[in-house]
Design a protein around this ligand. Structure first.
Ligand code: SAM
Length: 234
């Protein structure tokens, strides 16, 4: 991957950035995403935020190499602290981290979210935690994608702020309100594999000397919920 050829995962994220957006890419690493978006005339201003010095330096070098020093600003900062009011950021991308970390980043910087209209989030794991954060903080999920690349499954969650209270069911939080209604083969594969892992854990607990009944009930509930969504096939 480089700033001319994004991975399918980042291409999917990029696909949700609207033309003329003012973007903050948080956890930008090499800044491939904002550079690609600038080269393709989708953004005319971007921040590449990084908390670790090495990736920040990489981002800085790549931005210079692409001749985009006036368009994309690298900033060494923790989470949304990379955003300044004068940036007028309206779109945030956070990709390639766990859902818990993405939620923490959003939570610690809610004051920076006031004028943001578009959140494009790509959690590697912990999607449910992130959907819960969005629901509790007034964000409506407006689209989702699930894709497979290099033997990993990735979800992309797109959200917008709304004034009305948002409520998602436990099923929607777990599987995704859009994904559960439009399942593709990657979705089925992911949940078949999750189910297999839960069944393995269940077997281990059931055959242990002191089986934890609460844990068994919880695992049975999760397996039943997956069966309801993907059917009983194994
Ligand atoms: N976003 C890129 C992608 O999707 O390919 C890079 C993903 S990389 C796995 C995660 C990056 O997030 C790392 O470079 C890490 O240093 C950075 N990161 C982690 N926590 C962060 C935080 N609180 N603020 C800014 N960057 C963070």
């Amino acid at each position: 991957m480089n700033s001319d050829h994004l991975s399918s995962r980042l291409k999917t994220v990029a696909g949700y950035v609207k033309k003329n957006s003012r973007l903050a890419d948080i956890g930008s690493d090499h800044a491939y995403l904002p550079i690609w978006l600038a080269k393709n005339n989708i953004i005319n201003f971007g921040i590449a935020g990084e908390v670790v010095r090495g990736p920040y330096q990489n981002a800085k070098n790549e931005i210079s190499k692409a001749g985009l020093n006036n368009t994309i600003l690298p900033r060494l900062a923790d989470g949304l602290a990379a955003i300044e009011a004068s940036d007028h950021i309206d779109t945030i991308t956070i990709a390639g981290m766990g859902g818990t970390l993405i939620s923490q980043i959003l939570d610690s910087g809610v004051d920076k979210l006031k004028n943001v209209q578009n959140l494009i989030l790509q959690p590697n794991v912990g999607e449910k935690i992130l959907r819960e954060w969005l629901m509790h903080n007034g964000y409506k999920i407006v689209d989702e994608q699930i894709l497979a690349e290099d033997r990993h499954t990735y979800e992309v969650i797109v959200a917008e702020p709304v004034n009305d209270k948002i409520t998602y069911s436990d099923k929607e939080l777990t599987f995704g309100p859009f994904l559960v209604n439009n399942p593709n083969e990657v979705f089925y594969q992911k949940w078949r594999s999750e189910k297999q892992q839960l069944e393995n854990v269940l077997k281990q607990i059931e055959t242990s000397k002191k089986p934890n009944i609460d844990k068994i009930d919880e695992l049975n509930h999760q397996i039943k919920q997956i069966n309801e969504v993907i059917g009983n096939e194994s």
